[in-house]
Design a protein around this ligand. Structure first.
Ligand code: BG6
Length: 456
């Protein structure tokens, strides 16, 4: 029987694609960031000029899927209005090339690169104009790439939206602003509506396709068996993981979210039309995709600004897990957490799951004289996480659609650091983005050829 499990890798346009000033692309918020910081997002890994070579490398590893995002401002230079035919042609070429190599594109509609014009005009997802533009953009994607793309993802890591409401805007709000909570919930609600509108349009326009959300897993354990710590971990998991998924799965804000809005004096700007979209069964996703890098520990008490707290991620003041090792970036290495998380997801929502980000980002990759990178540390990390995926599928019976580790060909980190590398392929950013196969490239090829069984 043909193996349908998707093996591959994952990227996003602003971190990987480049070609920022070509093909009629309009600026996104990352072009503004480039002006301010000098990080050359407009070049990134230059997939724009290397895509044939990159797809050949993916095919050599045996990929059956590749996750990428569409740069909204390549299709619509100002985010709305007339479509840019060169943008459509570029993505059509890429998808056709992938299909020709037996690789399914898994396409994220929104991976953070908000068109700059929409920030200036509507304050990003702070305004309803952006929502209208997003629906037009999605409908264009579904019409133009019908038959080429079977798997769509909506909003990258949308569950972090409430924690970082100014993420897609250039106007940072302070928590001291009197309208902060209203702004925070309005923008969040608009991103949730963006998800529903995309799912509904996809189901109506291309019923054969599958569309899912994309969330950042933020699995928390209690720091001790003290029930108060257990409750602290539960509260974190509810707030960061389950509240949003409850909303996407049902079309309703749950009681915790309702209470949070009530207490903050927030009234959502929804009308009958939006409520109808939320309630429509056609707006329900087909699967849940997620990123998984680490787990955290929580304990009772005020975690935020606690002098003892070891902050692993800027938004969670979490504690170190004494049972786990950390990467050089301080992220815990917890393959069992991946299995735990997928079980939780499936038990709660009964939807297939897809791992669309995982991996070890390190500064240790060194290109040797023979054009190789000896990245045994990456192999060791991935081996254990793939074991966890195998166990989740075989022993726990969870339907896992695929495993697409992050940054399969080196790319820029989310914060613009090009020395933090994840890939099976090394990109020499200083010399024309030349590509080199790392040791993990040959290892992953063997893993895929054996259907994940040969992990040595
Ligand atoms: C996820 C994002 O949060 O984590 C990616 O979807 C990001 O865009 C990835 O690159 C890894 O984080 P970082 O900071 O190592 O790039």
């Amino acid at each position: 029987m043909k193996e349908t499990f998707l093996w591959g890798g994952s990227t996003s346009a602003f971190q990987f694609e480049g070609g920022g000033h070509e093909g009629g692309k309009g600026p996104s918020i990352y072009d503004r960031r480039e002006e301010k910081t000098g990080v050359t997002y407009s070049v990134a890994s230059d997939f724009y000029h290397h895509y044939k070579e990159d797809i050949a490398l993916m095919a050599e590893m045996g990929f059956t899927a590749f996750r990428m995002s569409i740069a909204w401002s390549r299709l619509f230079p100002t985010g709305e209005g007339a479509v840019n035919p060169e943008g459509v042609a570029f993505y059509r070429d890429v998808f056709t090339e992938l299909k020709a190599h037996g690789i399914e594109p898994v396409v994220t509609l929104f991976h953070w690169d908000m068109p700059l014009a929409l920030v200036e005009k509507y304050d990003g997802f702070g305004g309803k104009g952006t929502l209208r533009a997003f629906e037009q953009y999605c409908r264009t994607c579904f019409a133009e790439f019908d038959g080429l793309v079977k798997y769509w993802l909506t909003m990258n890591e949308n569950n972090l939206g409430l924690l970082m409401p100014s993420m897609y805007s250039n106007r940072k709000r302070s928590k001291d602003d009197p309208d902060y909570a209203q702004y925070q919930w309005n923008s969040y609600h608009n991103t949730v509506m963006a998800h529903f509108l995309a799912v509904k349009a996809c189901h109506e326009m291309i019923p054969d396709a599958k569309i899912g959300c994309m969330m950042a897993s933020a699995l928390a354990y209690p720091l001790s068996p003290d029930p108060r710590d257990v409750r602290a971990a539960q509260a974190h998991n509810q707030q960061v993981n389950w509240d949003e998924l409850d909303l996407l799965a049902t079309g309703h804000y749950n009681r915790r979210m309702e209470k949070a809005m009530r207490e903050a004096g927030v009234t959502l700007e929804t009308g009958a039309a939006e409520q109808a979209v939320m309630a429509d069964p056609a707006s329900r996703m087909d699967f849940i995709s997620f990123s998984y890098y680490y787990s955290v520990c929580m304990r009772d008490g005020e975690n935020k600004n606690n002098a003892d707290a070891q902050t692993i991620q800027m938004m969670y003041a979490a504690y170190e897990n004494p049972c786990l090792q950390k990467s050089s970036f301080g992220w815990t290495i917890d393959p069992m957490g991946l299995r735990i998380f997928m079980n939780e997801l499936y038990d709660r929502y009964r939807l297939p799951v897809m791992v669309v980000e995982n991996g070890l980002g390190v500064k240790d990759d060194v290109l040797t004289g023979d054009g190789r990178v000896h990245d045994n540390y990456r192999i060791a990390y991935l081996r254990e996480h793939i074991r966890a995926v195998n166990a989740t599928r075989a022993e726990d019976g969870v339907p896992v659609l695929g495993y697409l580790p992050w940054g399969c060909i080196d790319l820029y980190s989310a914060g613009g650091d090009r020395t933090k590398r994840y890939g099976f392929v090394y990109v020499d950013f200083d010399h024309g983005c030349k590509r080199y196969r790392k040791d993990s490239f040959y290892w992953y090829k063997k893993v895929i050829a054996s259907g994940g069984r040969d992990l040595d």
